[in-house]
Design a protein around this ligand. Structure first.
Ligand code: AMP
Length: 313
């Protein structure tokens, strides 16, 4: 089990750069307009249950203080979250009955199009760096400012795979753990077989690849070893937005909490990632994710264990 009490204020455990957004989302079960979202937001909220997180991102003048307060209440260090003139990043998406597939309707980078991340001096020795989904050039600029982290992990999406493939390839040479959606892994590798796509991606830099498969869980590829974890069988999935980022938050959060990067521990971290994603999809925005207890997290982890346990013959 993880040690929720280990979190204490000292040097930060995790540095994340990514989007902080207003999302407008439609699912078959409802609709939310301009609610708090963004890859760095979901990641930080999920990871904050396990470790101390510092966030680097930018918002516009239209961003309300109450959202920053919510992150601070979760213990997130927001000194690297800058407010500048202009409008906050906006994303509009739709999910049909196949909730694994987000259809992007609009992306407005707004203040992110001019953003130059400046990493505060005392963030630079952070041991775990997560480059959440954002322009791969910004992800690279963050990496250039940190001092030999223990683990660099990153995520991306089709918007950047199609828009900045070369920047993404350069970035991956400097990344140890790459987390990506299944459809995007196939697209990025130009390979319909997931096994072959994984092999190609691992040849391009990362030592570990984790492919997120929505309601089918996640698969890890690490050298010759493969591990598959299911997703939690929820009866009602309200809004899948942020599932990937909260998965990454649980995953990296647990690794930072334990400091153990062995494959066995990465397997447990993947299950904690799945736990956090399963809570996140139960409500719009961060409604569910922001108010969990350590007991909620532990008991769902045990349910995962029961779900997947079987005996040798
Ligand atoms: P996911 O966890 O994969 O569902 O990611 C959802 C979040 O990604 C949403 O809250 C969006 O604000 C954010 N997002 C969508 N498109 C982009 C993009 N092109 N760059 C950065 N963040 C994005």
């Amino acid at each position: 089990m993880y040690d929720g009490a280990r979190k204490k204020r000292r040097l930060m455990d995790i540095l994340v750069v990514g989007s902080v957004a207003f999302d407008s989302v439609e699912t078959p079960f409802g609709k939310a307009d301009e609610v708090l979202g963004g890859s760095a937001t979901y990641f930080s909220a999920a990871a904050s249950y396990f470790a101390d997180v510092g966030m680097v991102a930018v918002v516009g003048e239209d961003f309300p203080d109450e959202h920053v307060e919510m992150l601070k209440d979760r213990g997130v260090d927001t000194r690297g979250l800058k407010k500048v003139p202009g409008k906050t990043f906006r994303w509009k998406g739709r999910y049909d009955y196949d909730l694994n597939q987000a259809h992007t309707l609009e992306t407005h980078l707004n203040v992110f199009s001019e953003f130059k991340p400046a990493i505060p001096e005392d963030y630079r020795d952070t041991p775990f760096v997560f480059l959440a989904n954002i322009d791969p050039e910004l992800q690279m600029e963050v990496l250039e400012q940190v001092n030999e982290p223990r683990l660099v992990a990153c995520d991306t999406m089709n918007f950047w795979i199609e828009g900045k493939p070369e920047a993404l390839r350069r970035l991956l040479k400097n990344v140890e753990l790459f987390v990506i959606n299944e459809a995007e892994a196939r697209e990025f590798a130009g390979e319909p077989s997931l096994m072959k796509a994984a092999r190609k991606i691992l040849d391009s830099g990362p030592t570990t690849l984790i492919v997120k498969r929505g309601e089918y869980g996640a698969i890890m590829f690490n050298g010759d070893s493969i591990f598959s974890a299911p997703a939690y069988p929820l009866e009602d999935i309200f809004d899948p937005t942020g599932a990937g980022d909260s998965f990454a938050g649980g995953l990296i959060g647990y690794l930072a909490n334990t400091g153990d990067l062995s494959e066995n521990n990465i397997r447990k971290a993947i299950v904690f990632g799945s736990v956090m994603a399963s809570f996140n999809v139960e409500a719009f925005s961060l409604e569910r994710l922001a108010g969990l207890s350590h007991d909620d997290i532990r008991s769902r982890y045990r349910e995962f264990k029961r779900l997947t346990h079987f005996e040798d013959v």
